[in-house]
Design a protein around this ligand. Structure first.
Ligand code: AOF
Ligand code: ZN
Length: 341
C-alpha cells in the first residue's frame, strides 16, 4: 500500500509493525515512519526479525533514498552497513524530517548499533514515541536525543503501542501463548484447506519462531498433520500433544522431524517451560487452553461451504487488537475477561 499523506504517522508505524508481530521473537515488533516538512509520509519501516535492522533504520534508509535520489543502499538489509552509509552520506538531508516510532529508539549497541545515536546524528527535528522500552539495556534513547536537542514526545497512541508490545513484555519472564485457528465465513473449521496461501505462509512463519506448538490429540488422530514450517523452509517447533491416551500412529511425519521433541501429555503445564507457544485446534482445545492463552489469532476466509463443524459451544468475547484484510481477514484478539457478577 502506498502510504497516504493523511494517515496519522503513528497509525502507519503501528500497522506495519503488526505485520511482523511475533515474527521478531525474541525482539519486540516495532514500526517507524519518517515525515517530511509538510507532513507528507516519506517512508515506513518495521523491524522484521531479530538480528536484522531496527524499524528506524529501515525508515531512515528509505527516506534517505527518496530525498537524495541515491539508491546505493535501497536494498541493503545489513544494519551496520546502513548506519555507516547514512553517517557518511546524509549531508544534512534530514534537517526538516520528523519521525514517529512505536518504541523508544534503543540507546545501546546489541546485535545492531544504537538507533538513538543514528537519529541524533541524522539531525532529526522531532520524534513521537508511543512507549518506553521496557528492556533496561536498550532504554534511555529518548533522554539521549532530548539532550542532543531533538524534541521528543512520549505517549502518542500509547495504548495501541502497549498492546503491540505485550508479547515482548510477557516473554521477558514467562510464557506468551496464543491460540490460532482458521474458519470460513459460515463458521466452519473442518473439511480441508480453509485459508489463503498468504495466511498459510504466515502460519508457517509463526511456527518457525515458536518454540512449542500445542495441539489436541483428536486433531492429530484425524488430520495427521506435520506441524512444520515447510512453506517458508523454516524450523519445526517442539510439539505437545494434549491427550489422555497415547495411541498415536508414530509413523506419521509429525513424529519424524529431526531435532524435534514430541510430548504426549494430559496436562498443559509443559507450556510453562517455553517462551513463545502457539496452540492449534478446535473448540475443545480452545476451551481447555483458555487459562493459558494470552491472545487469539483467527483467520477468516471469505467463503461459505466445504465444512460442517464450527467452534461449537464456545462462549467467548474478544477485544480486537489488530485486523489485517488481504485474501483473508486476520484478527489478533484478546479475551475480554468479565468480572463474576
Ligand atoms: C529499536 N527499534 O526496531 C527494535 C528495538 O540486539 P538488537 O540490537 O536487535 O537489540 C534488541 C533490543 O532493542 C530489544 O530487546 C529491544 O529492547 C530493542 N528493540 N529497538 O530502537 C527496533 N526492535
Ligand atoms: Zn534500535
Amino acid at each position: 500500500m502506498k502510504p497516504s499523506a493523511r494517515a496519522h504517522p503513528m497509525r502507519l508505524a503501528l500497522d506495519v509493525a503488526w505485520e511482523f508481530q511475533l515474527l521478531t521473537f525474541p525482539n519486540p515488533a516495532v514500526g517507524a515512519v519518517c515525515v517530511g516538512p509538510s507532513g507528507e509520509i516519506l517512508s515506513v519501516g518495521a523491524h522484521k526479525k531479530a538480528g536484522g535492522p531496527h524499524a528506524e533504520v529501515y525508515a531512515l534508509r528509505d527516506a534517505y533514498v527518496r530525498l537524495s535520489g541515491d539508491s546505493m543502499i535501497a536494498e541493503c538489509d545489513d544494519s551496520h552497513a546502513i548506519h555507516d552509509y547514512l553517517r557518511t552520506h546524509h549531508n544534512g538531508i534530514f534537517e526538516h524530517v520528523s519521525m514517529a516510532v512505536t518504541l523508544e529508539p534503543c540507546s545501546h549497541s546489541g546485535k545492531t548499533p544504537s538507533c538513538a545515536m543514528l537519529i541524533r546524528d541524522m539531525g532529526i527535528k522531532s520524534l513521537d514515541i508511543a512507549c518506553k522500552d521496557p528492556n533496561p539495556a536498550a532504554a534511555g534513547g529518548a533522554r539521549m536525543l532530548s539532550d542532543a536537542g531533538t524534541e521528543c514526545r512520549f505517549g502518542v497512541m500509547e495504548e495501541e503501542g502497549k498492546a503491540l508490545l505485550e508479547p515482548f513484555v510477557r516473554w521477558q519472564n514467562r510464557t506468551f501463548a496464543f491460540f490460532k485457528w482458521a474458519q470460513r465465513l459460515d463458521g466452519t473449521v473442518d473439511g480441508g484447506i480453509i485459508s489463503s496461501e498468504g495466511s498459510r505462509i504466515h502460519v508457517h512463519a509463526l511456527r518457525d519462531k515458536c518454540d512449542l506448538l500445542v495441539i489436541g490429540g483428536n486433531t492429530v488422530r484425524c488430520d495427521r498433520p506435520t506441524l512444520d514450517a515447510r512453506l517458508i523452509g523454516g524450523r519445526a517447533p517442539d510439539v505437545l500433544i494434549y491427550s489422555r491416551t497415547d495411541d498415536f500412529d508414530r509413523s506419521i511425519p509429525l513424529f519424524n522431524v529431526e531435532g524435534r521433541k514430541v510430548y504426549v501429555e494430559s496436562s498443559l503445564e509443559r507450556m510453562r517451560d517455553y517462551r513463545l507457544v502457539m496452540i492449534e485446534g478446535g473448540a475443545g482445545m480452545m476451551a481447555s487452553c483458555a487459562l493459558y492463552c494470552d491472545w487469539h489469532l483467527g483467520y477468516v476466509a471469505p467463503k461459505f461451504g466445504g465444512g460442517s463443524v464450527g467452534m461449537g459451544s464456545i462462549t467467548e468475547e474478544f477485544e480486537v487488537l489488530h485486523a489485517t484484510i488481504s485474501d483473508d481477514i486476520r484478527l489478533w484478539m484478546k479475551t475480554i475477561r468479565k468480572k463474576p457478577e
